[in-house]
Design a protein around this ligand. Structure first.
Ligand SMILES: Nc1nc2c(ncn2[C@@H]2O[C@H](COP(=O)(O)OP(=O)(O)OP(=O)(O)O)[C@@H](O)[C@H]2O)c(=O)[nH]1
Ligand SMILES: [Mg+2]
Length: 309
């Protein structure tokens, strides 16, 4: 590892313990201990900041584990700068056999979808010596949604049940529900696991003509989110037509406990829960088709390319 950098291995927010990777040579400069045996855990004092557990993993790399309070991390950042260490976001994976495995472990550490785990673990043997074809690149663009959650939007006329569906899917009161149209003013987002694929689902306000400047602004913002979405879930009940969208779409008819319609992909009821499981699977399959998850071909996850080496 470079002699002049440090990396925070835990998330950059409050936690019980933070884990910091840094060069072994930094340990005596930071702590009250001069003798460091490889592999031994020590309780050390970082003067004026905290007590921490520290381990010299090998001659290059050490881990320092102070309390994970933001105040302590801020103070440590200052101390690291004083001894000439700069923060980077490139952890070293000591357990990795080679660069491909290290890249896989880095992707695994950030992947949000449970479906990514087994697939990523099986990639190193497929990627060694492989060169990406055009088809590999387009498959990777889709599979990468397993690492970074894609945006999905609920789009439909006012009062069609978008917010009620959002709440049923998040299993909490994420969005305001009302029997008057126009209840949702701002896009409301939530991270949801749909049968193993994690997505950021947005409940959008119904796009309608309005003289209210704030609502106009909110609708503009919502249209922007709708444009970025990888999947648009068009929502309609028996009394409204489908919104027009040129994006990849799934047509979901709501309020199936009252009436159903047969011109959509699925009829659901947020009130009774009918077909909500099926909806989760349909969303997952529309974004990451099952045959792609089952494919034996290599996944050039994120920007990983063996030819870069
Ligand atoms: N029977 C029944 N009523 C529903 C269902 N889903 C929503 N509703 C009702 O439909 C009305 C509108 O629901 P909302 O979820 O606020 O609709 P929306 O599409 O978010 O409306 P806007 O925010 O105005 O665009 C409310 O009175 C809900 O209780 C359902 O599955 N079954
Ligand atoms: Mg709403």
């Amino acid at each position: 590892m470079p002699k002049t950098t440090w990396t925070l291995l835990t998330p950059p927010n409050m936690g019980a313990i933070a884990i910091i990777q840094l060069p072994s040579t930094a340990l005596p400069k930071l702590t009250n201990r001069t003798m460091w045996e490889i592999g031994a855990l020590y309780l050390v004092e970082i003067q004026g900041i905290d007590e921490a557990v520290a381990v010299k993993i090998n001659d290059d790399v050490a881990h320092l584990m102070p309390h994970g309070g933001l105040h302590i991390l801020r103070k440590l950042t200052g101390r690291f700068a004083e001894i000439g260490l700069e923060q980077t976001n490139t952890p070293i994976f000591l357990e990795a056999q080679d660069d491909i495995e290290a890249a896989m472990l880095a992707a695994l550490a950030t992947a949000q979808s449970p479906l990514a785990v087994d697939l990523l673990l099986s990639q190193p043997s497929k990627l060694r010596g492989a060169t990406a074809t055009k088809e590999d690149v387009s498959r990777a663009t889709i599979l990468n949604h397993l690492i970074h959650p894609p945006k999905v939007v609920l789009l439909g006329a006012p009062n069609t049940g978008k917010s009620t569906l959002m709440n049923a899917l998040t299993k909490q009161d994420t969005s305001i529900v009302h029997d008057l149209p126009g209840a949702t003013r701002d896009a409301v987002g939530a991270r949801i696991n749909f049968a193993g694929l994690v997505v950021d689902l947005f409940d959008l306000p119904g796009f309608r003509e309005t003289s209210d400047a704030i609502e106009q602004e909110a609708i503009l913002l919502a249209k922007q989110i709708a444009e970025d979405a990888v999947l648009t879930i068009l929502i309609a009940d028996a009394n409204h037509d489908w919104e027009k969208s040129t994006q990849r779409q799934l047509k979901v008819a709501t309020k199936s406990d009252i009436t159903t319609r047969d011109d959509g992909d699925l009829c659901v009821s947020a009130h009774t829960g009918e077909n909500l499981q099926e909806l989760a699977i349909a969303i997952r399959d529309a974004i990451v088709p099952p045959e792609m998850l089952e494919s034996d071909k290599p996944w050039f996850f994120l920007d990983y390319s063996p030819t870069d080496e």
